[in-house]
Design a protein around this ligand. Structure first.
Ligand code: NAD
Length: 413
């Protein structure tokens, strides 16, 4: 970083850090981005972006060319230090906050009296207090002289710029002064309401939001399995139940994916294993759903082989973790597709209309086909994700269709 002091320093120029940096810079505030990935830093400094997000390219180009945003592989001095690095979970479903800790350690030498230190990464409860202890153990002279807060992000990919600016924010300081100073900072670029609380509550609030979604989806997924056994159309059932003025059941699917809802509830479960029974069970139900779907697909295929004496051609429709996106992270449909690679009783075609067929993300699958072609050649069509392209397919009664995501359901509450 140059000697010139930037007012804001943001660590982690990914899906959250880069739009946040650009939005702040748009308000003519000098922002530096710190990222360990040289490719990311060079791309941003050229005024370009390395992720897909509508509107972000133009914004970054604008603020970089105006000199309000620059990136570096080294941190430096600032007034506000912000952390937006990943917080993945380990194989044992435990949160990994090592990236947050590493950045905190990198920031510590640069902290000065009056600075504001903010964590935006999704974190287990107590992380902000832990980082506070780390800072003051290394720099005891700063105790009571800097402001520290946790301010989680709740944006929807695809609408990040709009949501960053307009969503309400929860701001949890380690003390009242930290909450107040952090709220004043966010007021510079956020139009949504700023709700002040303490750090622990803010941390738990983020985890609660995603756990609430997970539990609601688990309820729909459990119902779908019960209805299958009972011979009841789940889509009609939910449509009718949602006619009750105070009921709003979500739609079932093949599981839960993505890097938030499928991950964050574990941050609560791992810390409060005895107390978090519903949250854990919801995770287990949603993780079980793709196995159940897998079982159903295989049994239909085996019945086909028995009846026709040959392997069926099977089209697996959709690999992303939710409709109308190209994101495969933690995708249950992708898990099913990978499992089918090892099942030799069918000739399988893979379909993901949101990715080009030569995408490196699809490298594992030999037979990637466009939507219409796959539907035309298939004996069995399996809808895994309700992409809009699938809804437009005309039904061919000669095909066996397995609809796990409501593509063929025209009943919407
Ligand atoms: N993406 C979302 O929609 C979303 C929504 C809400 C919350 N979050 C949370 O925000 C945080 C960031 O997520 P993301 O999706 O932006 O991640 P990301 O993977 O897109 O970006 C993270 C960036 O941090 C950089 N990085 C990693 N370690 C670093 C280090 N030690 N020092 C400096 N830079 C480092 C990486 O190179 C990368 O560019 C996570 O905690 C995530 O759970 C994400």
């Amino acid at each position: 970083m140059s000697d010139e002091r930037s007012r804001i320093l943001i660590a982690g120029l990914g899906y959250i850090g880069l739009p946040t940096a650009a939005l702040i810079a748009r308000n003519q505030i000098k922002v530096s981005g710190f990222d360990i990935n040289e490719h990311v830093v060079n791309t941003v400094n050229r005024g370009e972006i390395h992720i897909v997000e509508p509107g972000l390219g133009d914004l970054v180009q604008h603020v970089v060319s105006n000199g309000y945003l620059k990136a570096s592989t080294e941190p430096g001095k600032a007034d506000v230090f912000m952390i937006a690095v990943p917080t993945p979970f380990t194989k044992n479903n435990e949160p990994d906050i090592s990236f947050v800790e590493e950045v905190t350690r990198r920031f510590i030498p640069f902290l000065e009296e009056g600075n504001l230190f903010i964590i935006e990464s999704t974190c287990p409860v107590g992380t902000t207090e832990k980082m506070t202890r780390l800072i003051f153990s290394e720099r005891p002279e700063l105790e009571g002289k800097i402001y520290i807060a946790y301010c989680p992000e709740r944006v929807l990919p695809g609408k990040v710029i709009d949501e960053l600016e307009n969503n309400d924010r929860v701001i949890g300081g380690i003390d009242q002064a930290s909450s107040d100073i952090a709220a004043k900072f966010y007021a510079l670029f956020v139009r949504g309401e700023l709700h002040r609380t303490n750090a622990k509550t803010a941390e738990m609030c983020k985890l609660t939001e995603n756990s609430a979604r997970d539990v609601s989806i688990a309820f729909a997924n459990e119902l779908s399995i019960i209805c299958d056994k009972a011979g009841i159309n789940i889509w009609e059932l939910i449509y009718l139940a949602n006619k009750h003025p105070r009921i709003n059941i979500l739609q079932p699917g093949v599981g839960v994916g993505g890097h938030c809802i499928a991950v964050d509830p574990w941050f609560i479960v791992s810390e409060f294993p005895l107390e978090s029974k519903i949250i854990r069970t919801a995770r287990e139900i949603n993780n079980y759903k793709p196995l159940w779907v897998m079982d159903r697909i295989k049994s239909v295929i085996l019945r086909y082989v028995e009846l026709h004496g040959r392997k069926p051609r099977v089209a697996l429709m959709g690999l992303a973790f939710k409709p109308d996106i190209d994101d495969l992270r933690e995708s249950p449909a992708l898990y099913i597709a990978n499992e089918m690679l090892h099942f030799d009783k069918a000739e399988v075609f893979y379909v993901e209309p949101n990715l080009p067929s030569d995408s490196s993300k699809l490298a594992d699958f030999r037979s990637v086909l466009p939507v219409n072609e796959a539907y035309a050649v298939a004996d069995i069509v399996v809808f895994l994700v309700a992409h809009r392209e699938f809804r437009q397919l005309e039904i061919d009664d000669r095909k066996i269709e397995l609809d796990f995501c409501g593509v063929r359901n025209s009943l919407k509450a």
